[in-house]
Ligand binder design. Structure first.
Ligand code: ADP
Length: 370
């Protein structure tokens, strides 16, 4: 079995180990030389070019993704050529455009913040008047790690985006959330679907910093409602592979959908060391339409702490061995990326029966790379 992954980032890289274990040959279409996933058989090429992608897809059994940026016409060309694409273009459109997602989630009856498609500053003004004078404006396409998200309190504060973005902007109610959660599910083309326990995610400056699974203090009801919502969305949108549903939890334990990712996701890195089946193995199983693996946690608590930026001096190797020596229970994952301020260059996973201990070990080990 051969899986072709479009995109050479760390998500593709982390599919390599489970691919080896499953006996799956992984091939990567990378954006450049020396990327995170170049440990696998890699071809360098432009994922926006249909010819390049069709030629890459020629000798694999299924095409899947490290990111959601492959343009719809390229995805359609693959499908028209008879290539198995998971998730397919019909599903991926909802992860590519937040306005398209909001409209579809409304049809599905999924709980979400109040929102409008704003064509002009006047639309923003009307929304601000109805929502206490503050709102969140988003560019529908191309945002990541908080880029393309802005809190506004005046109608002219998105003027630059009205000029640069083709089409309306998404305006959302500024949710006074108690915390952020992420629900992951996997679904295979033949329909089998499984849901991981909902996790708590902590964002700093719009970037995921830490994850705890299952979400602390989650009631049985919350776990059930979040899992059911994830399954409803995966089925309603026809998602195949891994789906992450990013959620806001309000003080009264209501959940609202923030956004969707149709691939392995940072909120699920804990599954590498904390679940029977990691999200990376599960993604491969799902896109190959193989039976899905168990999603049970291996310990009461799993903690993931991102390594952001990393040291820019030459001391990386020393820091590795120091972190390993000081924290032998911490599982340190690295992405083979050049450290740059704020860049995700690795993460640390810990598991255990005591949450405070697991958090301490993960933070302390990650702290060696600050
Ligand atoms: P990105 O696509 O860049 O990840 P998101 O839509 O996930 O952008 O938003 C990034 C972060 O901004 C969220 O994790 C959350 O902390 C905050 N945020 C986004 N939308 C809202 C909202 N409607 N209300 C309050 N905070 C929000």
């Amino acid at each position: 079995m051969r899986v072709g992954v479009i995109g050479g980032g760390q998500l593709a890289r982390m599919m390599i180990a489970p691919a080896v274990e499953l006996g799956v040959e992984l091939r990567v279409l990378a954006e450049g030389e020396g990327m995170s996933a170049s440990l696998a058989a890699t071809r360098v090429g432009d994922y926006r070019d249909a010819e390049t992608v069709l030629s890459f897809a020629r000798d694999v059994d299924v095409i899947t993704f490290d990111h959601e940026h492959v343009p719809q016409p390229v995805l359609r060309a693959l499908v028209d050529a008879g290539v198995a694409v998971h998730p397919g273009p019909d599903a991926l459109q909802y992860a590519q455009d937040k306005l398209v997602m909001r409209r579809r989630l409304a049809e599905l009856g999924a709980p979400q913040p109040d929102w409008i498609a704003a064509e002009s500053p006047d639309d923003i003004r009307a929304f601000l008047d109805d929502h206490g004078g503050r709102a969140v404006v988003k560019t529908p396409r191309g945002g990541y790690d908080g880029k393309g998200v802005r809190v506004v309190s005046a109608p002219d504060q998105a003027d630059d985006w009205f000029e640069s973005v083709d089409g309306p902007l998404l305006v959302e109610q500024l949710v006074d959330f108690h915390r952020e959660l992420a629900q992951q599910v996997a679904r295979r083309p033949s329909g089998e679907v499984v849901a991981y326990p909902v996790a708590e995610t902590v964002q700093r400056d719009g970037v995921c910093a830490e994850v705890i699974a299952p979400a602390p203090r989650a009631s049985e009801r919350l776990l059930e409602v979040a899992a059911r919502l994830g399954v409803t969305i995966a089925e309603g949108l026809g998602v195949t592979g891994m789906l992450a549903v990013e959620l806001f939890e309000t003080a009264d334990e209501r959940i609202l959908v923030n956004e969707l990712a149709m691939r392995p996701h940072n909120s699920g890195h804990w599954t590498q060391d904390g679940a029977v089946t990691s999200q990376f193995e599960q993604h491969l199983r799902a896109v190959l339409d193989l039976p899905l693996g168990a999603v049970d946690p291996l310990a009461d608590w799993s903690v993931m702490v991102n390594i952001l930026g990393g040291p820019t001096d030459a001391g990386l190797t020393d820091r590795f061995s120091a972190a390993m020596a000081a924290h032998p229970v911490a599982k340190i994952h690295t992405y083979g990326k050049e450290p740059r301020p704020g860049r995700k260059v690795g993460h640390v996973n810990t598991v255990g029966d005591d949450l405070d201990d697991a958090v301490y070990e993960a933070r302390a080990a990650a702290g060696f790379f600050a």
